[in-house]
Design a protein around this ligand. Structure first.
Ligand code: DGJ
Length: 731
């Protein structure tokens, strides 16, 4: 078993192939954190707990005259708020008597084979082959009878540990949970860098790395979605850690709503990191006997640098997260109507785009926004999921049949979570949107957010969206969400439960996704929120690919995809070739380069194919053929970052290597050209040093050792924004 309790030492031991996690029940019943890191055989690391009488660090009452035991500095697994610990807390609870304390002591534990489950929430699942074991530790406050159950599942072979928290109100009082972190992790040192992924609409998941400083660093979202601004994935790594070396810890939150990740460097040079639902405006009422389940955090430890950390996440998210059968299927090459036509289309125009796309090698035509109600711009019709017959006289059915007759599949855009004020739905049910009493709701893109905490709203959406999906042959759906939440107040929730609305919205979203997406396994679903405003593992549980960004500029995309692929598998990043000058940046980049960048994810097109020249269509055909040939390598191979665009500006390079190391593809885009520049060599990674490889276009062969140590020349004649790819095959 990968989980054990060593009774004589009172230690809990979690072992993965390459990591060890250890906790200890202390003298007074508190659960202390001992260690997470490189795998150790030792069953007892209790010596790491060094007690000391420290001024102004209070001692729990039961410690009597012992002034050396203080939760102010001891490493804990779940901090007991209101009991001598002044650092970031794991919980804030308002008890029935108005007090705010939770003092949790180990009451019992359970160890069992298999993975825990989290009601209503997406989480990793285990196959029999994974041999996952679970530990649940019950921390009970003997005064209030509130119990917090800490859940740990160990994916031994995959070097992954998942954590979640469940709260049980076994008291006779109604309590309010104002903060509940899914994970708290203490480190007895703090010489770490904090890596996080920040951004904005059209420039998501920008890599950021800073050393821990005294005080608190904070990332998170209070936008009702995981957001473009911060991603719910962070890393703590040794100061010197590189791609190939150093201790690195990953924290990935399987949740699509408000989140918070904070890291604190304390007075004794220790570090604490917490991750969970954002506590702002969160207050969850628990009546006697009621329970709360906090979402999952997926932990990974790599002692071999950041690349290995990425590989651990890619593997587990590829094999144990997404429910869609498309995870294992080749994705069709699509063309999307958005940047081709925006709202300005009719059936004839769409069919012309589709017809030319066939000539490019495209396999799927996607009709984006604007096909329903009176949706001629983005001010109207969200909520009215009936086809606009003025634009599409033969309806979705006729359009779909015509598209299929060309040999293409048919895909459709929807945005179920929203309502326009100018819509039949809003006129009929004005109280169905989130809005506060006596205030006019804020608009975003001139639309309001439907109250998914309500069952009647959810039922309406499930019925109306399923009716569309079942009305004709649809093989692909883009599920969009184009504004963040404000006015989080529900017309039917009691006053005391309004602090639950942000979370209940997300639970409602997962509910409708269960009833729309999981009931249509044959449809390939793509997530979207104005591009990558909700690129998180919660969404990936339902949708195997997500529109990475509304920015289709091939150069900006290099950075966006660099950050995204730090944790999310390559096959999750939908990436399109669009026209130049680019609609977002005005930049012009060769079509070949746009193809190379888009091939760094799931390749597609987003342009008016009727405006392409014969030569451009030929290039697209070649791109499609190359992508289809390399798809297994790109989608399922090991992904390596060869450069960091934030520290090196000349070019961006990355590599995909087949699991058997027999094939590799290096892609490189020149981002900053200087005249008469230095000769550069790009060094491969992940090859077998002793294998001889042939590099397409080069004479003879080279050893893996030479390719990785000496490298391949970057062509000197490459101009600004040009790209090159190296196909490497074992002899
Ligand atoms: C935002 C998406 O990211 C775009 O690709 C497009 O679908 C628009 N919404 C449509 O409104």
């Amino acid at each position: 078993m990968s989980v054990r309790y060593i009774e004589s030492k009172k230690t809990f031991l979690l072992q993965t192939k390459n990591s060890t996690y250890q906790m200890k029940v202390s003298d007074y019943g508190y659960l202390l954190h001992l260690y997470y890191g490189e795998r150790l055989i030792d069953e007892d690391l209790s010596y790491l707990i060094q007690l000391k009488d420290r001024g102004f660090s209070p001692n729990p009452n039961e410690a009597g005259h012992d002034r050396t035991f203080s939760l102010d500095f001891l490493p804990q697994e779940f901090s007991s708020d209101g009991s001598c610990d002044y650092r970031l807390s794991s919980i804030e609870v308002k008890n029935g008597d108005g007090s705010y304390a939770f003092v949790g002591k180990v009451a019992k534990h359970e160890i069992y084979a298999g993975k825990y489950s989290l009601a209503g929430l997406p989480s990793l699942w285990a196959t029999e082959k994974d041999q996952v074991d679970t530990l649940e530790i019950w921390l009970k406050d003997s005064t209030t009878q509130l119990t917090v159950v800490l859940c740990y599942s160990v994916f031994e072979e995959k070097d992954i540990i998942t954590r979640a928290v469940k709260v049980r109100n076994d008291s006779g009082d109604t309590i309010y949970l104002n903060r509940i972190m899914s994970m708290t992790m203490d480190f007895m040192d703090s010489d770490y860098d904090f890596i996080h992924f920040d951004g904005r609409h059209t420039m998501e998941r920008e890599w950021s790395r800073n050393p821990l400083a005294y005080g608190i660093q904070n990332v998170g979202s209070f936008r009702g979605a995981s957001s473009h601004q911060h991603n719910p994935f962070t890393i703590l790594c040794e100061r010197g850690a590189s791609e190939d070396d150093g201790r690195c810890y990953g924290f990935s939150f399987v949740y699509s709503g408000n989140f918070m990740c904070k890291v604190e460097k304390d007075q004794y040079d220790q570090a604490r990191i917490v991750m969970g639902i954002h506590p702002k405006h969160f207050s969850y009422q628990l009546k006697p006997g009621e329970r709360f389940t906090a979402p999952e955090v997926v932990l990974a430890y790599s002692g071999e640098g950041l690349t290995h950390l990425t590989h651990l996440y890619h593997r587990v998210y590829r094999e144990n997260l997404c429910k869609s059968p498309y995870v294992k299927k080749e994705r069709p090459i699509l063309i999307n109507s958005w940047e081709a036509a925006y709202f300005d289309f009719d059936e004839a125009k769409l069919l012309k785009i589709a017809k030319e796309a066939v000539d490019m090698g495209v396999e799927l035509f996607v009709l984006d926004d604007g096909w329903f109600g009176n949706r001629n711009d983005d001010n109207a019709a969200l909520g009215d999921w009936d086809v606009n017959t003025a634009k599409l006289p033969s309806g979705l059915q006729g359009l779909s049949e015509n598209i299929h007759a060309m040999g293409l599949q048919f895909g459709l855009w929807i945005e179920p979570e929203m309502v326009s004020e100018n819509s039949a739905l809003y006129r009929k049910h004005p109280d169905w949107c989130l809005q506060m009493p006596r205030r006019q709701p804020s608009r975003g893109r001139y639309q309001l957010v439907l109250d998914l905490s309500r069952e009647d709203v959810r039922d309406y959406l499930v019925t109306s969206i399923n009716a569309v999906l079942d009305s004709t042959r649809i093989e692909y759906v883009k599920w969009d969400m184009n504004r963040f939440i404000t006015d989080a107040w529900s017309a039917i929730a009691e006053k005391e439960k309004q602090g639950e609305i942000y979370h209940r919205y997300i639970l409602g979203l997962y509910d409708i996704m269960n009833r729309i997406i999981l009931t249509h396994p044959k449809i390939l679903f793509c997530g979207c929120s104005g591009g990558g405003g909700r690129f998180d593992p919660g969404m990936l549980y339902y949708q195997p690919q997500i529109w990475c960004s509304d920015n289709t500029d091939a150069v900006c995309r290099l950075r966006i995809q660099y950050g995204t692929a730090f944790v999310y598998p390559v096959f999750a990043m939908e990436s399109h070739v669009s026209v130049c000058p680019n609609h977002q940046t005005g930049r012009t980049v060769p079509l070949a380069t746009r193809g190379v960048t888009a091939m760094g994810g799931i390749l597609g097109y987003e342009l008016d194919s009727t405006k392409l020249s014969e030569e451009e269509k030929r290039i697209c055909r070649e791109q499609v053929a190359a992508y289809k040939r390399d798809y297994p390598l790109i989608a399922y191979g090991d992904y390596y970052r060869l450069t960091n665009p934030y520290t090196f500006s000349e070019y961006v390079a990355w590599e995909h290597v087949s699991p058997d190391q027999k094939e590799a593809l290096i892609s490189l885009v020149l981002t900053e050209k200087e005249a008469n520049d230095a000769q550069r060599f790009i060094k491969a990674k992940g090859l077998n040093p002793r294998t001889q490889y042939r590099v397409e276009g080069m004479k003879g062969s080279l050893s893996g050792q030479a390719l990785m140590s000496a490298g391949l020349p970057v062509p000197g004649n490459l101009l600004q924004y040009e790209a090159v790819q190296y196909h490497i095959k074992a002899l």
